[in-house]
Design a protein around this ligand. Structure first.
Ligand code: SF4
Ligand code: SF4
Length: 375
């Protein structure tokens, strides 16, 4: 975002404070400086020369999960997170710490968790590409969708970690690289809400490329699935599902349609899990408090399994449920699982998916599913 666009966005803010009511960080720290309005006013003060950049301002600008709830709920249409990302000014050391090299180093540390796992094999001839996020790549998780042949697109990182750290230079480079792969694909399938949201927001050179991006849940709409064992499931909605334009009800419809499954909605299914990229490393106290709120909600709802669609959310759920269990001496807590993995491993189609093509009940609007499923 250019400087004039930053200013235009700050002008648009009517200071209504609606962003305060949706900000998970404000919910914890109860400090106006942590809200989008507070951050925008500090940036404005800096731009006008009325404020001088100091440690306190830097700290409050850093107090952000990048959950995008303020942007999505702003009645004046202020691109809050766009302004925050544009205004991250990095020192020389900051530039080194946010470099490609350091990011790859951090990511490779994850390999320790999957040292003995085999690298997944994908179909080499398909023109439907899988966007494998950095965490999935390091943890070697394979995306399998019933009846769909996927080829690994060998994309780079979605680039959101660079954008949110103010490295627009690296972000633009990666976005251009990834777009060159999307250009030659028929469709690109995502299983991580954050990657999906980030890539959808790329400044595409060819805007048609955006319409090739789908989330795996699009394929499972009205899909005839049956769980291998009866189970009660709940769903934690990652914040970036909303910023990617997905609604909770879309996911719920899929889960409610599965035979043998009872869906139970959490009290606050869209409340942030608190981990947000590396926020939990930078602000562990706030992150843990938010993730324990989520764990409490899950335990009170008491499903057998809680599902989600983002690897960072999944970590947060597993970690907080584990710690909650120890702290409260519980015999058992619900299992947390990636929803794509659950649909693949614990469910199966109960009729041939060939029939989907002619099934009058299958009212898949964009026909993505009908085109893709070849069983
Ligand atoms: S919701 Fe939007 S307009 Fe209202 S204070 Fe927050 S940023 Fe400003
Ligand atoms: S992106 Fe989320 S955490 Fe950051 S200011 Fe907006 S609502 Fe708060």
């Amino acid at each position: 975002m250019r400087d004039d666009e930053v200013k235009k966005n700050i002008y648009k803010c009517s200071r209504c404070a609606l962003c305060q009511g949706v900000c998970p960080v404000y919910d914890e720290v109860k400090n106006e400086n942590s809200t989008a309005r507070g951050k925008l006013m500090q940036i404005w003060g800096l731009k006008k020369g009325e404020l001088k950049l100091n440690r306190k301002i830097l700290q409050s600008l850093d107090l952000c999960l990048n959950c995008e709830k303020c942007r999505l709920n702003c009645p004046s249409g202020v691109d809050t997170t766009g302004v925050f990302n544009a205004e991250k000014k990095l020192s020389f050391t900051g530039k080194i710490l946010t470099s490609d090299f350091v990011f790859n180093l951090k990511m490779s540390a994850l390999r320790l968790f999957s040292f003995f796992k085999k690298t997944p094999v994908y179909n080499k001839s398909s023109d439907i590409l899988y966007f494998e996020g950095c965490i999935s790549k390091e943890l070697k998780n394979k995306l399998v969708i019933h009846g769909v042949k996927l080829k690994n697109g060998n994309f780079k990182c979605c680039a959101l970690p660079y954008l949110t750290k103010g490295r627009v230079d690296i972000y633009n480079e990666i976005a251009a690289f990834n777009e060159s792969i999307i250009e030659n694909a028929r469709l690109v399938v995502f299983d991580c809400a954050t990657c999906f949201s980030a890539v959808r927001n790329y400044p595409f050179k060819n805007p048609k490329n955006r319409s090739k991006l789908i989330f795996y849940t699009d394929i499972y709409k009205n899909f005839p699935l049956e769980a291998k064992k009866p189970a009660v499931v709940s769903y934690h909605m990652p914040c970036h599902m909303n910023s990617a334009g997905k609604k909770l009800t879309e996911v719920e419809e899929i889960l409610k349609e599965i035979k043998n499954i009872k869906y139970k909605r959490l009290e606050n299914p869209e409340y942030c899990c608190g981990f947000g990229g590396d926020f939990f490393i930078r602000h562990p106290k706030i992150a843990l408090s938010l993730s324990f709120k989520k764990a409490r909600d899950i335990i009170e709802t008491n499903p057998d399994i809680v599902l989600t669609s983002c690897p960072t959310c999944l970590w947060s759920l597993r970690f907080s449920l584990f710690v909650y269990k120890i702290m409260h001496g519980l015999a058992k807590t619900p299992a947390a699982m990636d929803m794509a993995e659950f649909l693949n491993k614990h469910c199966m189609p109960y009729k041939s998916t060939d029939n989907l093509k002619n099934d009058p009940q299958n009212n898949c609007k964009d026909c993505t599913q009908k085109e893709l499923v070849k069983m």
